[in-house]
Ligand binder design. Structure first.
Ligand SMILES: NC(=O)c1ccc[n+]([C@@H]2O[C@H](COP(=O)([O-])OP(=O)(O)OC[C@H]3O[C@@H](n4cnc5c(N)ncnc54)[C@H](O)[C@@H]3O)[C@@H](O)[C@H]2O)c1
Length: 317
């Protein structure tokens, strides 16, 4: 599969490119970024780099671009007949995501969304524990998603997070992942209430957001998102039912299961990023070779997660 990588930023060069280069059936044929400095950073790979994609000789494109850029590119390349792996969130708002309505069924099914951590075996293990009653039912989920510590000594990171906040609070960016996992694990949500707050003046959006959601079968979720404070609470998700408690480390995805039978740790090989980005590329190749009929996660999954995140952001104010 001949793949072009568009967007040579932190996640493009740091995670997508290594995963693409590791895959035995992927040939990385073009690197694309309008920023000359980014192209220079990528020069060491020896892959030709350009400011614009030339779709000739390309089967699939990975869009590691900001979410305010991704929708237009995803539609353009899907309409050109390419397979598209588009980073999450699929847009910065449900309104902005309406551009995807231009795609016909065939173009739409060729889009896979970069909700990367859905691929982790830890998420599948949690689904088994929820579905087979290991935890008891219903479960109470507490998701504490804290990341992106504020470090004034790192102006590049500060600028990236400030720019990102200008396009929405952390729930829009992190919520894409969390609401996708919760939809996969529990079904379609109902929002009960939400709140937000800023920890200092001058931030472009609230940097703390929380919500209470209900899911089919009586499951409930209390979710919190926080960015950009000097120190951060532990990032973890807990799943509590009458029979047990499962704890997912938010960074490593190590699992702990506590039941009347005792405690059990479940760890999967390798680090989470390598594991998930490799699985993501594998699924993209399977979409291309016809093993999979639709992107996993699909464009609909990406839009559903965005819709929940936007509902929360809107209710939180
Ligand atoms: N799946 C994940 O786990 C994960 C992790 C981190 C970030 N992300 C997502 O990846 C995306 C990129 O994040 P990042 O941290 O790498 O940002 P970044 O700002 O470091 O990189 C984005 C790159 O896109 C380039 N770009 C901008 N407009 C472009 C255009 N029209 N054509 C081609 N390139 C263009 C920029 O020059 C930049 O190099 C975001 O949507 C973010 O939410 C996903």
């Amino acid at each position: 599969m001949r793949v072009a990588l568009v967007g040579l930023g932190a996640i493009g060069l740091g995670a997508h490119l290594p995963a693409l280069l590791r895959h035995p059936f992927v040939d990385v044929v073009q690197l694309v970024d309008p920023d000359a400095g980014r192209r220079e950073t990528a020069a060491a790979t020896g892959v030709p780099a350009a400011a614009e994609l030339d779709p000739a000789g390309v089967d699939g494109v990975v869009l590691a671009t900001p979410p305010w850029v991704t929708p237009e590119l995803a539609v353009r390349y899907a309409e050109a007949g390419l397979f598209v792996l588009a980073e999450k969130p699929v847009a910065t708002s449900v309104d902005a995501a309406r551009i995807y309505d231009r795609l016909d069924g065939e173009q739409r099914r060729r889009v896979q969304v970069g909700l990367t951590y859905r691929h982790d075996p830890a998420i599948r293990q949690l689904k088994t524990w929820i579905d087979d009653g290991t935890l008891g039912t219903p479960v109470l989920v507490r998701a504490h998603i804290y990341d992106e510590a504020y470090d004034p000594a790192n102006p590049e990171h500060t600028a990236l997070i400030t720019r990102t906040l200008e396009h929405g609070s952390p729930v829009v960016h992190e919520g894409a992942h969390i609401f996708d996992w919760l939809a996969y694990l529990l079904g379609a949500p109902t929002l009960h209430d939400a709140w937000s707050g800023a920890t200092r003046p001058g931030l472009p959006a609230p940097n703390l957001v929380g919500a209470r959601l209900g899911y089919p079968g009586g499951h409930r979720a209390l979710v919190e998102f926080g960015w950009f404070t000097a120190a951060l609470p532990r990032c973890e998700l807990t799943f509590l039912g009458d029979r047990g408690l499962a704890t997912l480390d938010g960074f490593t995805f190590d699992l702990r299961l506590s039941t009347a039978d005792g405690d059990r740790e479940v760890r999967f090989p390798g680090d989470r990023t390598t594991r998930c980005f490799d699985l993501q590329v594998q699924r993209f190749v399977e979409l291309y070779d016809g093993t999979r009929k639709t992107g996993v996660p699909s464009l609909d999954d990406g839009i559903a997660a965005l819709r929940t995140a936007q509902l929360v952001a809107g209710r939180a104010g």
